[in-house]
Design a protein. Structure first.
Length: 95
């Protein structure tokens, strides 16, 4: 199974295009497909630059900018952690 667009959840995309994806969870035998699918998911949600380290919070960033970065960083971590099978969660739990 690959990245699947869940058409039943696509609704009123007038101002913002939000599509929900169902991703096959990371298991012991699907790393390369999962890695690609997760990257595409994070790119689509504008979170990849945080995960890859391209985007960092500046030392002189305003409190609002720091808060926005923190929330997006947590959102990326949430997507990754929820995308793994229970027996793999031990490796991401403390991240």
């Amino acid at each position: 199974m690959r990245l699947i667009v869940d058409q039943s959840t696509v609704s009123n995309m007038a101002s913002t295009e939000e599509i929900n994806y169902r991703l096959e969870k990371l298991s012991s035998d699907n790393y390369y497909n999962w890695k690609f699918d997760m990257r595409m998911l994070l790119i689509g949600k504008d979170l990849w630059d945080i995960v890859s380290g391209v985007e960092v919070v500046a030392n002189d960033a305003s409190p609002a900018q720091k808060d926005s970065f923190r929330k997006r960083d947590q959102k990326a971590m949430s997507q990754i952690c929820l995308g793994v099978m229970p027996d793999i969660k031990i490796y991401v739990r403390s991240a």
